[in-house]
Write a protein that binds this ligand. Structure first.
Ligand code: HEM
Length: 153
């Protein structure tokens, strides 16, 4: 269990950079395609990669939250219950991340239906920017007060 927890914690921590890079690439691409007047083809490879990375992150996060992490549902570890770290993971991190994932998923599938209206790039841009801002805010960065003592940083 300890090895699995460490492996998934590391994967979840490292994947943040892939999520952030893919979302930034998808947003930059959507903005440049839109300004060059390119018609949205109904799907976009980079927007899809961004979507998939966020979904994998969600899956790893759920494994941590529901099962492996001492800061998630299993925060019945007495020294963690009610601490700012447990509160953060139970009330901030997972709610904001799930909402961001929903926004990005809605943006991707809404854009698909707008291919003929040629609004797709704008929709990708709007929803992905909103999701990215939420993800950036809800990552437990090492400089967040009260969280510096936990995790891999
Ligand atoms: C795109 C979405 C997400 C990103 C970028 C993200 C990023 C991170 C990062 C960077 C950490 C710190 C890891 C460390 O250095 O120790 C973390 C921890 C954690 N995340 Fe996420 N996360 C996301 C979504 C989620 C979701 C949806 C859940 C729950 C359903 C979740 C549950 C957790 C838990 C429980 C921890 C604490 C792990 C531990 O140290 O025991 N995450 N997350």
């Amino acid at each position: 269990m300890g090895v699995l927890y460490t492996a998934i914690q590391h994967a979840h921590s490292g994947l943040r950079w892939i999520v952030l890079i893919l979302l930034i690439v998808a947003i930059a691409r959507a903005m440049s395609m839109r300004s060059s007047g390119t018609v949205y083809p109904g799907k976009d490879k980079w927007a899809l990669f961004g979507l998939i990375s966020v979904h994998i992150q969600l899956l790893l996060g759920l494994l941590l939250y529901l099962w492996l992490s001492p800061y998630g549902v299993a925060a019945d570890v007495p020294e963690n219950a009610g601490t700012s770290v447990a509160t953060y993971y139970n009330w901030v991190h997972w709610w904001v991340m799930i909402l961001a994932t929903v926004l990005i998923t809605v943006g991707y599938s809404k854009a698909k239906r707008q291919a003929t209206l040629n609004k797709g790039w704008k929709t990708i841009g709007k929803y992905y920017i909103a999701g990215l801002v939420m993800i950036l805010a809800a990552i437990p960065w090492p400089f967040y007060p009260g969280l510096s003592s936990v995790g891999l940083g």
